[in-house]
Design a protein around this ligand. Structure first.
Ligand code: SF4
Ligand code: SF4
Length: 477
């Protein structure tokens, strides 16, 4: 049977895969997708990325730095430890800049290579692939899984389902435990688990994140990408005709038709697509890339691997489905011509902004003072008379030591002649800690005019000799 599809002029429209035009209820039950296993270059790259991301995710909380966890987002003490860096709530600006850099990087990668993030690094895709691997090991590949699901209830079915869900839940709980280990010291957490001493909150968060992983990667899978992820919805705004995407070469593939290897396709007027549907069977989101680029496509490249394996068997050239650009396919560009288009204005602007912001972040972190000073007048006592005809003002000084060593600071005050301090001016603060101290200043009554006078607190680190100045005022009644 020969199916003829007229090649459309716009080769790569981003459309929904509801190609049959039949009415689809929002509440219609989705049919389960049974992705078929495939080997090939993109499959290998996916697994390389899975290994890298998972080694980083599971390994990072166990790394140590200066006798503490290297990466700890300690919400209870309001400190973020990121290797040698200790961030406080006042450093929120750095986190904002890091988020902006991440967003810009996503824009840049999307402009260059479409949804590579989705297909190769997004936790949803990564965990779905890991869960699929467990499913395949226990229940078998696509055909075996479909058979098992359509089987009536039996001990064999129950046994396989039990094993699969036990493996999924075990893996999910380890993931939940690791996730919590970024917010609470992971070694203490492990001790608490071993000694059955987990607090109700710790138990809740491990189970919450664990079951989110189990639900998303085990059951929701492609539904998260299709209906819950906002990125899928606005990605097309970041695409242009030179963005690398997974494309089906309609001109070469159509008219599609099944045939034996001995048939001369050219003589028969056939395209290279043998309509085997292998590309659809391997697709983790269950779409047919031959209908054009769809917003559901996560650019995982598995259909490229599948089609290439068919092309090899048919002894046709590879690349009927390939990573290319809209211009590349329409204008029959070579790989070199396609790659030359990477350096276009949009990419250069994103790259420039990314480099500037990253340099700015590194520079501001490098010159960040090793301690912070906050001076507040004592609200209870505006000004009071002290023995010896002196007038006294009291201040609260908050010193934050952002280094990981104990530090001593020397406080001095300038601005008014004859002003003295009656408090201890050498203050020691523990590593990565804050200390609030009261400092009282005195000046002879009547030696300055009545009213408010500007003064400057100068705090010097005894070890590094670094200075931080803070403005304040002295009130003479
Ligand atoms: S169409 Fe191809 S690249 Fe897109 S999600 Fe499916 S298998 Fe992956
Ligand atoms: S795998 Fe290739 S040949 Fe088979 S249906 Fe898909 S595009 Fe056609």
């Amino acid at each position: 049977m020969t199916t003829s599809i007229k090649p459309s002029k716009k080769v790569i429209p981003i459309v929904s895969d509801h190609s049959s035009d039949k009415f689809m209820s929002m509440y219609e039950a989705q049919s389960k997708i049974y992705p078929r296993n495939i080997s090939g270059i993109f499959k290998n790259w996916r697994w390389i990325m899975i290994w890298i991301t998972q080694i980083v995710f599971y390994g990072t909380p166990w790394l140590m730095w200066n006798d503490r966890q290297a990466m700890l987002l300690d919400v209870s003490t309001h400190r973020f430890y990121i290797f040698g860096l200790v961030l406080y709530p006042q450093d929120l600006i750095y986190l904002v800049v890091i988020l902006i850099i991440s967003a810009l990087a996503l824009f840049l990668f999307t402009a260059v290579a479409g949804r590579l993030w989705c297909g190769f690094s997004c936790p949803q895709s990564v965990y779905t692939e890991i869960f699929l691997w467990m499913e395949r090991k226990i229940e078998g590949d696509r055909a075996a899984r479909m058979r098992l699901d359509s089987m009536k209830f039996s001990f064999k079915k129950l046994h396989k389902k039990f094993l699969k869900h036990a493996a999924w839940i075990g893996f999910s709980m380890v993931t939940g435990f690791t996730f919590l280990g970024y917010f609470s010291p992971i070694r203490d957490l492990l001790d608490n688990i071993i000694q059955y001493r987990l607090s109700p909150w710790e138990t809740f968060w491990i189970c919450f994140y664990g079951f989110a992983t189990y639900g998303n990667a085990g059951f929701l899978r492609e539904q998260v990408c299709k209906h819950m992820c906002p990125y899928a919805r606005f990605q097309s705004a970041m695409f242009d005709n030179d963005t690398l995407i997974v494309t089906y070469d309609q001109e070469r593939g159509e008219p599609r038709s099944g045939r034996s290897r001995n048939v001369d396709a050219k003589k028969e007027g056939l395209g290279d697509c043998i309509d085997c549907s292998f590309c659809v069977q391997v697709c983790p989101v269950g779409i047919d890339i031959r209908n054009g680029l769809q917003y559901e496509c996560i650019s995982c490249g598995l259909c490229v691997d599948a089609c290439n394996s068919i092309m090899d068997k048919m002894q046709y050239p590879r690349g009927l489905i390939r990573f290319s650009t809209q211009n590349g396919v329409e204008k029959h560009w070579s790989q070199h011509q396609i790659l030359k288009k990477i350096l276009r204005p949009r990419v250069l602007i994103y790259s420039g902004l990314l480099i500037l912001l990253s340099l700015g972040l590194v520079l501001s972190l490098t010159i960040r003072p090793a301690f912070k000073v906050d001076v507040n007048r004592d609200r209870g006592v505006m000004s009071r008379l002290a023995p010896g005809g002196m007038v006294e003002n009291v201040y609260q000084i908050q010193l934050t030591n952002v280094t990981e060593n104990q530090q001593t600071y020397r406080v001095s005050v300038h601005g008014l002649k004859g002003m003295t301090t009656t408090s201890d001016t050498e203050i020691t603060v523990n590593p990565a800690s804050e200390r609030l101290v009261a400092i009282s200043l005195q000046i002879a009554d009547g030696s300055i005019r009545k009213g408010t006078h500007p003064i400057i607190f100068d705090v010097e680190s005894v070890t590094s000799k670094e200075h931080v100045e803070q403005k304040s005022s002295f009130y003479m009644p």
